[in-house]
Write a protein that binds this ligand. Structure first.
Ligand SMILES: [Ca+2]
Ligand SMILES: [Ca+2]
Ligand SMILES: [Ca+2]
Length: 273
């Protein structure tokens, strides 16, 4: 078989599989949008329309516009977070597993809980930074919650993010007394989650979370380190896994998006270079 017939055969198989697999979940009211399950995909035209009010803006005006676009999302309960993470963070090559944030390990969806060897719900914006706990709101916002190995989650604790420290054996991570450095594979993901939280939560009856150039932020509603996070945003670009989880959260759970996944350049437009 030459390469042309291989490609043509694969294309026919893909199209046949595609029509079988995806037809049942396309919403009747909007042929551009697939609305159900972990396959949820948002069309580019929907994404473009979503950010239209922010067009041409920079700095504080862009931040305010993005806040207006993403606020008032549908909040989920802390218990529902378990169910949602099994979809948003599903292993692309094993439907029975999720991928842990810091270890990158594929682990059974059902191995969730609080024991050694299990995965639990990591608040990437450490919930003590603003002391918002696990009640509905920032404590259950799926855009910054990820499956994590229980022991590694505890080791990260409430540390700010920065480069440096000594190797932590539980993952390809470094830490010292005031900061945690995750593997490069997720450095950008983490930066974009922190940026989202700073824009989503702006006071007005809710907490106001902000990025900070400092580490050691204690219980202040601040998360660092901004210059490192801006560098990580560029070092680890958005990939298919991150886009997919953004789409699933938008389509199925919260009805809002992380602007920094759709437009990583917004970070520079707001916080500078
Ligand atoms: Ca440090
Ligand atoms: Ca990444
Ligand atoms: Ca804020």
């Amino acid at each position: 078989m030459n390469w042309k017939s291989k490609i043509s055969g694969a294309l026919v198989a893909t199209l046949a599989l595609g029509s079988l697999a995806f037809t049942p979940v396309i919403a009747k009211t909007d042929s551009t949008k697939i609305v159900a399950g972990p396959q949820a995909v948002t069309s580019q035209s929907t994404i473009d329309a979503y950010y239209q009010p922010a067009a041409g803006k920079t700095g504080a005006a862009l931040k305010a516009s993005l806040h207006d676009i993403i606020d008032n999302h549908t909040e989920v309960s802390y218990d529902t977070v378990w169910t949602a993470l099994k979809e948003t963070d599903q292993d692309p090559s094993n439907v029975n597993n999720v991928i842990e944030l810091y270890t990158g390990k594929s682990i059974s969806k059902n191995s969730n809980g609080g024991n050694v060897g299990q995965w639990n719900r990591e608040h990437v914006w450490a919930k003590s930074h603003g002391d918002f706990g696990t009640s509905m709101g920032p404590g259950t916002d799926l855009h910054h919650l990820r499956p994590s190995d229980v022991v590694v989650n505890s080791a990260r604790g409430n540390l700010d993010f920065d480069n440096g420290g000594t190797k932590y054996s539980g993952c390809d991570c470094n830490r010292d007394g005031d900061s945690w450095e995750p593997p490069t594979r997720v450095k950008g993901d983490i930066a974009r989650m922190i940026f989202y939280m700073a824009v989503r939560y702006e006071g007005g009856g809710e907490i106001d979370l902000e990025t900070s150039e400092n580490v050691n932020n204690g219980s202040n509603p601040l998360h660092g380190k901004l210059s490192t996070l801006k560098a990580w945003n560029k070092l680890d670009p958005v990939d298919a896994f991150e886009k997919k989880r953004n789409d699933i959260i938008f389509e199925k759970w919260q009805k809002n998006r992380n602007p920094f996944i759709d437009h990583p350049e917004y970070a520079t437009a707001i916080w500078g270079n």
